[in-house]
Design a protein around this ligand. Structure first.
Ligand code: ASP
Length: 352
């Protein structure tokens, strides 16, 4: 009897020690600095399949992603801020017709382009966002201006344009955002919509066509600078054929964008309504804060488990305070790239 008691006691003690050792190892792993500075970007997620992509188009995307990520990397390497790196990197993609942001944005049902963007500073937890902007060349720059030069977090429509003018940002004619490819996408979707019978069918056509043909294309960037500050930003034209002033997740802090120096920075892309309902970007940070999850565990759970269970599609790029990086998506592909402090470049489109 006595013997059994001592054996049980010994077992309990050794189990306790094992737990302690395991948790201290986890602690050590998560506090190890992987990169002094780093940058990660996306150019949208969706049904991006190799069989539907010509070699030339693939090279075009990869070249632009590389150009964009290198702009941010150079800023960080030279001691610049993550805010500047995120803005300048996103601007390269906003100016490219390849992506659904800035020039190349998708069309609304009324054949206009309505742009959304957001930015968050992980040091101060300050943030700025704009929605439904039609004539500001760089929505990400405007989102940052809202953060730095106003008392607000989110401005929309006419008011946002007025603010941009007041602050001296570049204003363009709305036709600047026109691209034939996106216009044709809209016409195709509208054509299909005509044959839809009821409201539910129409919604199915709206989302299906967009997911399968337009391949999203929102852009986003997260950067960690040499001072340990994380910034995240996202810029988009939203979803093709959107109407009634629809706003997705991209300009919503906590859904499309989030940054916190104590945890991580995140930029999302995908079917916005699901990202809003899941609070995707904040949930990743919260899992790290409250559950002590690693960046990989948190991004995986939120995208592959929670978002997928709800029926949402898309992905995130994320980077933690130690410079660990994560690409996570549940679609066939995501345009993406990253660079670490050793200058190692990753540029990918499809699932491995
Ligand atoms: N998330 C964006 C939206 O719903 C679209 C995208 O990422 O492609 O507006």
């Amino acid at each position: 009897m006595k013997k059994a008691f001592f054996i049980t006691l010994l077992l309990l003690i050794s189990l306790g020690c094992k737990k302690e050792i395991e948790s201290s190892v986890k602690e050590e792993v998560s506090s190890t600095k992987k990169n002094e500075f780093a940058i990660i970007i996306h150019g949208g997620a969706g049904t991006i399949l190799k069989k539907n992509m010509s070699d030339e188009k693939e090279t075009e995307y990869k070249t632009k992603l590389e150009e964009a990520v290198k702009v941010g990397y150079t800023i960080l390497k030279n001691g610049g801020t993550s805010q500047e790196a995120v803005m300048k990197t996103i601007q390269v993609m906003e100016e490219s017709p390849l992506f659904n942001s800035g020039k190349g944005a998708v069309f609304t049902h009324d054949e206009t382009n309505e742009l959304d963007a957001s930015f968050m500073d992980g040091k101060t937890l300050n943030a700025g966002a704009v929605a439904g902007v039609t004539n500001v060349k760089s929505p990400i720059e405007l989102a940052i201006k809202v953060m730095t030069d106003s008392d607000h977090v989110m401005l929309s429509g006419k008011g946002a344009s007025e603010f941009a003018k007041e602050k001296g940002l570049e204003i363009v004619d709305p036709s600047y955002f026109y691209t034939e490819r996106r216009f044709k996408s809209l016409q195709r979707i509208k054509e299909k919509e005509k044959t839809a019978l009821d409201h539910d069918d129409k919604m199915a056509v709206f989302y299906d066509s967009d997911i399968k043909n337009a391949k999203f294309g929102t852009v986003g960037c997260v950067a960690l600078d040499k001072d340990g500050n994380i910034s995240a930003g996202t810029s988009t034209g939203g979803m093709t054929n959107k109407r009634y002033g629809r706003i997705g997740d991209s300009p919503i802090i906590g859904s499309g964008t989030y940054a916190n120096n104590n945890t991580c920075g995140v930029s999302s892309t995908g079917w916005g309504e699901y990202f809003i309902r899941n609070q995707v970007a904040y949930d990743i940070s919260a899992q790290m804060e409250y559950k002590n999850s690693s960046l990989k565990e948190a991004t995986k759970d939120v995208i592959q488990n929670k978002l997928t269970k709800l029926g949402g599609t898309g992905g995130v790029v994320a980077l933690d305070k130690n410079g660990n990086m994560s690409f996570e998506f549940n679609t066939a592909g995501m345009y993406r790239a990253s660079m670490d402090d050793k200058g190692e470049l990753v540029v990918k489109i499809y699932k491995e």
